[in-house]
Design a binder for this molecule. Structure first.
Ligand code: SF4
Length: 338
């Protein structure tokens, strides 16, 4: 921990902290999972539409939001805590039914910190000792391929395997530059997705939020490198499903509450037409044409898809096992009777 703290101190805006727990019960958008794990608090990628800073208002006031993208806290005691918390689940017999979401409010492969201190890697290794039901890893960073050795092992050892979701909201580098100036390059993310997919691990391309793109080439580039794509609009599609633009909303509602600066960015670059239901639906249609209906999911359902299908299997297995047990007991009783 001492070496980590020394490395951390050298990176501007980054500090090490200790926390009281590392497995946090989920709610809202990813509620089909049991716990989320965030090795860091804060993020250095600074995506302009990020909804996370609002969550820090209570703990850090407006500071956390205003300086978002320029601070990161490293949970240096996370590995010890995780081991302790997983052991407790193991003792209670709950390990195999536990579904974990890695990176709900930070990027677990945030650069350059994760490359240097390997905190996420250390946490993943602990799951080899305590295999849970399912793990989903959400990232924008190609650094995830560094851990392919552990990920492959986890995929074999964990009850329902793992899934790696890489966020790629557009295939246009000029658009990426406008909205995500400091995040890893799009080509690197695609290559990472491909490597993970080819290693036999389930992958998801999170086109979230959907930004202006070249839909056909985008969908074609994803076709061979992911199990499915999840599309999520930046602006919540109005229930009445009218074809109206973002600036026509009296009170704009966003799919995930995001920083207000996103509106001025959209205005400044004259991109309003790309944040409409009409555009979203047209991109979705092209994605379905290329990837097939089964591989294109939308919004919250998309994020929860893997865990929902696995939970269903777990429940079915539980029902199946109880039916088998019931039958066995009846047969035993019949035998005893005769
Ligand atoms: S990578 Fe995720 S957490 Fe980090 S700024 Fe971007 S959207 Fe927010």
């Amino acid at each position: 921990m001492k070496i980590e703290s020394r490395i951390v101190r050298k990176i501007e805006g980054v500090e090490s902290i200790t926390v009281k727990s590392v497995l946090n019960p989920t709610k809202g958008f990813i509620s089909s999972f049991d716990y989320s794990i965030n090795p860091y608090i804060g993020c250095l990628f600074n995506c302009s539409y990020c909804y996370v800073p609002y969550g820090f208002e209570q703990s850090y006031g407006t500071w956390g939001r205003d300086y978002w993208g320029r601070w990161l806290k490293v949970k240096t005691n996370a590995p010890q805590l995780l081991e302790r918390e997983l052991r407790k689940l193991y003792v209670k017999g709950k390990l195999a039914d536990t579904f974990i979401y890695f990176g709900s409010v930070t990027d677990p492969y945030v650069l350059p910190v994760e490359r240097r201190i390997q905190l996420t890697r250390k946490l993943l290794k602990i799951f080899l000792k305590y295999p849970v039901g399912f793990i989903n890893i959400q990232t924008r960073s190609p650094l995830v391929v560094r851990d392919l050795d552990i990920l492959k092992e986890l995929n074999n050892r964990i009850h329902h395997g793992i899934a790696v979701c890489i966020t790629i909201p557009t295939n246009r580098p000029d658009i990426k530059k406008i909205f995500e100036r400091r995040s890893p390059g799009l080509v690197h993310r695609l290559k990472a997705l491909e490597k993970v997919y080819k290693s036999g691990i389930e992958t998801q391309a999170s086109v979230a939020p959907l930004l202006p793109c070249e839909p056909s080439t985008f969908a074609q580039s994803l076709d061979k490198v992911c199990s499915r794509a999840v599309l999520d609009p930046l602006i919540e599609i109005e229930k009445k499903r009218r074809n109206i633009g973002v600036f026509e909303f009296k009170k704009p509602t966003v799919a995930a509450r995001t920083r207000q600066s996103i509106y001025s960015i959209i205005h400044r670059h004259n991109l309003g037409e790309f944040f409409t239901e009409k555009y979203f639906e047209s991109v979705k249609k092209i994605f379905i044409d290329v990837l097939g209906e089964d591989r294109v999911l939308e919004g919250k359902f998309g994020y929860n898809f893997a865990s929902l299908t696995r939970k269903k299997t777990t429940q079915q297995n539980t029902i199946k096992n109880s039916v088998i047990n019931e039958k066995k007991t009846k047969n035993r009783q019949l035998k005893d009777f005769f």
